[in-house]
Ligand binder design. Structure first.
Ligand SMILES: Cc1cc2nc3c(=O)[nH]c(=O)nc-3n(C[C@H](O)[C@H](O)[C@H](O)COP(=O)(O)OP(=O)(O)OC[C@H]3O[C@@H](n4cnc5c(N)ncnc54)[C@H](O)[C@@H]3O)c2cc1C
Length: 277
């Protein structure tokens, strides 16, 4: 796609002042996929030099510029036990309705900032208590949970020119047992439902994150694994009758049905050991 209104593409490290019509350019898989008449200048993040994935004492820091391919290839170091990383990273990367080419260009930051309901890395970050580091144009920094950054379908709490630098996943969340379920109208189609369940095997706390079927991530926490009925009631209450996404990728009634069905599958899978005990 030719972006005919764009006058300049510059290295984001030497950009000067933020101007009206500027946009951060990450992988460009969205920016170059449709007309962008509002844009005049693209600030290319490709040479920022940020480490894609950094294991820290507190968990894992994922740079906004980390590509889907890099995330998919991540193997936790031997010194840590992060079952959630092993269970979720690859399936969430595969949840992209995209080609090899998109995988190698699309970034974690671009996926989160675009904030589509079907954004698989929003699902991943929301399920693992991801916290975003945001850099404002005046040089100030703030941290915001990804669940607060995403305010709706295609909407975020980013201010004008604010840059997502990284997402931090805490070690405690990565240590949880986790499972994922997805439904789409076609095998390679855009996700219509993407659910992630996690359980802390030490204290029994349970979390379920609903994305793709809802406008923004819906995260539910339980002190103990819920019963089938209490989970169903919690989902219905958290999403509400009008909260289901309605677009070409799935009818809201079907999305609701599949969400409830897959939520129960997750509950059964993640509580199987406990019920056997
Ligand atoms: C064939 C195809 C299939 C796709 N399938 C999916 C899908 O299944 N699910 C899905 O969610 N998306 C999908 N997309 C849309 C898009 O490719 C992805 O969301 C991708 O992750 C965007 O990342 P990017 O690095 O290419 O972002 P870009 O296109 O470079 O940028 C996307 C937006 O985010 C802003 N941005 C980028 N990085 C930052 C940052 N660090 N800080 C602040 N703002 C930033 C940009 O200014 C722009 O507005 C698909 C696209 C194609 C072409």
């Amino acid at each position: 796609m030719d972006l005919t209104t764009v006058r300049e593409v510059c290295d984001a490290r030497h950009r000067g002042r933020w101007e009206a019509g500027d946009a951060w350019l990450a992988g460009g898989t969205y920016l170059f996929s449709e007309p962008q008449p509002r844009l005049r200048r693209l600030l290319d993040l490709g040479r920022m030099g940020w480490d894609a994935l950094r294991v820290t004492p507190g968990g894992l820091e994922i740079a906004a510029t980390c590509t889907v391919t890099q995330l998919n290839a991540f193997v936790p170091p031997e010194a840590v036990t992060w079952p959630a990383a092993e269970a979720l990273f690859a399936p969430c990367c595969r949840a992209f309705s995209s080609s090899f080419k998109v995988w190698n260009a699309a970034t974690v930051g671009g996926n989160i900032c675009l904030a589509l309901p079907a954004a698989p890395l929003v699902a991943l970050a929301a399920a693992l208590e991801g916290e975003c580091l945001l850099l404002a144009q005046d040089g100030s920094e703030r941290r915001l949970p990804v669940t607060q950054l995403i305010t709706g379908a295609g909407r975020t709490a980013l201010t004008e020119g604010e840059l997502l630098r990284s997402v931090r996943l805490p070690a405690k969340a990565l240590s949880r047992r986790a499972a994922v379920r997805r439904a789409a109208l076609r095998p390679q189609g855009r996700s219509a439902v993407l659910l992630i369940g996690t359980i802390d095997l030490k204290d029994g706390t349970w979390r379920m994150t609903i994305t793709a079927s809802t406008q923004r991530p819906v995260v539910m926490s339980f002190d103990r694994p819920p019963t089938e009925r209490s989970l169903r009631e919690a989902v219905e209450q958290a999403v509400g009758p009008d909260g289901w996404v309605d677009d070409v990728h799935g009818h809201p009634a079907w999305r609701r049905h599949m969400t409830l069905l897959l939520a129960e599958e997750l509950r059964t899978e993640l509580t199987a050991d406990e019920e056997r005990a």
